[in-house]
Design a protein around this ligand. Structure first.
Ligand SMILES: Nc1ncnc2c1ncn2[C@@H]1O[C@H](COP(=O)(O)OP(=O)(O)OP(=O)(O)O)[C@@H](O)[C@H]1O
Length: 324
């Protein structure tokens, strides 16, 4: 188990994390998610021992993780860290980069494991290319294979698919997280992309204002987002006061509603004037204005002309579930 106890951290006197407490079980896949600058990378660096803790302690299986003041070479053998700048050996080949960490293996094992990892990241044809001739996305894939090579107990992945094109991203996500689960590797992933989280993570830890504001199963947080910040991690969402939804009495309450949960009606509901309509593929994302001047996001299957007046409805189930 990873134990993070009362951890605080500041860059020059500017606090970034305050009194963080978190426990992560062996083999769990946990996302650290939140807006840019909320401290996700900082927390990963502290877990890896790249920086000295200002306050608090971090343990893996009861062994303290120490920063550079106590540990000249950062990182323990059981833990690997994928930083946002990859840490590759640029003038050596893809194969050499991957097999560098596998030197403890016998030649046949080394060859098989390197081949397995090349297939995992879909770079078999690039095995003999020098890393500095690869694209950013290809380098990120090599870096992923490198951190997984020795089957560490824990991997810390900072935006692991940020440079990879959409064409490959989803299959790579499936490959990498399945490999990690199959091999019992604990994954802690800093991300702001819900596509890294919903299908693959056991838990989602939401960071905001230097602290943890939610920690639950991703589907639970998706279905019952406690506030607009959490809902917005999954896509466009609105916080609507019940006083705007005139047919309902509890005027001091609000509800969080995703754009896809609002249904357009020509007859009744929340009155909206269309401001903009963006094609998104199989739907249009629309921005409208409601009576109090606030903007509202909603989806519709056809384009809506600017200035059109219409009504939006929310299912009673959604209202009952989300009212707060
Ligand atoms: N070396 C540094 N010196 C000073 N401030 C820093 C340093 N590194 C990060 N910060 C600041 O600390 C805060 C948290 O940064 P961090 O990189 O941990 O956020 P993040 O959530 O990982 O962001 P992103 O999603 O953009 O990668 C930010 O306000 C950032 O500007």
């Amino acid at each position: 188990m990873l134990r993070i106890e009362n951890v605080s951290y500041s860059y020059d006197t500017v606090p970034v994390l305050a009194d963080i407490n978190l426990r992560i079980q062996r083999r769990e896949h946990v996302a650290l998610i939140g807006e840019s600058g909320c401290g996700k990378s900082t927390l990963l660096k502290l877990i890896y021992g790249l920086m000295d803790l200002e306050q608090g302690e971090i343990f893996w299986e009861n062994e303290p993780i120490l920063g550079p003041a106590y540990n000249l070479v950062p990182g323990a053998p059981y833990m690997k860290y994928l930083s946002q700048d990859f840490d590759l050996m640029p003038f050596t080949t893809v194969k050499e980069n991957i097999s560098q960490y596998l030197s403890v293996f016998y030649p046949k094992q080394l060859k098989d494991r390197t081949q397995q990892l090349l297939e995992l990241i879909k770079l078999t044809d690039f095995a003999h290319k020098k890393v500095n001739t690869l694209s950013g996305g290809q380098q990120q894939r090599v870096a992923l294979a490198r951190v997984l090579a020795q089957k560490p107990e824990v991997v810390l992945l900072d935006e692991p698919f940020g440079h990879i094109d959409n064409f490959l991203k989803n299959s790579l996500r499936r490959n990498i997280f399945k490999y990690a689960k199959d091999n019992g590797i604990t994954c802690i992933v800093a991300t702001h992309d819900h596509n890294d989280v919903l299908p693959f993570m056991d838990r989602m830890v939401v960071l905001r204002d230097k602290g943890i504001i939610a920690d639950d199963h991703p589907m639970e947080l998706f279905r019952n987002p406690r506030n607009l910040y959490i809902a917005s991690l999954f896509g466009e969402a609105n916080s609507i006061s019940m006083s705007q939804l005139k047919s309902y009495a509890q005027s001091d309450k609000t509800i969080i509603v995703y754009a896809h949960e609002l249904k357009v009606s020509n007859t009744s509901g929340l009155a909206v004037t269309v401001i903009e309509s963006f094609p998104m593929g199989n739907y249009y994302l629309n921005i409208g204005n409601i009576a109090n001047g606030e903007s509202i996001y909603f989806q519709h299957h056809t384009v809506l002309p600017k200035g059109k007046e219409l009504y939006l409805n929310i299912s009673l189930d959604t209202i009952n579930q989300r009212i707060q």
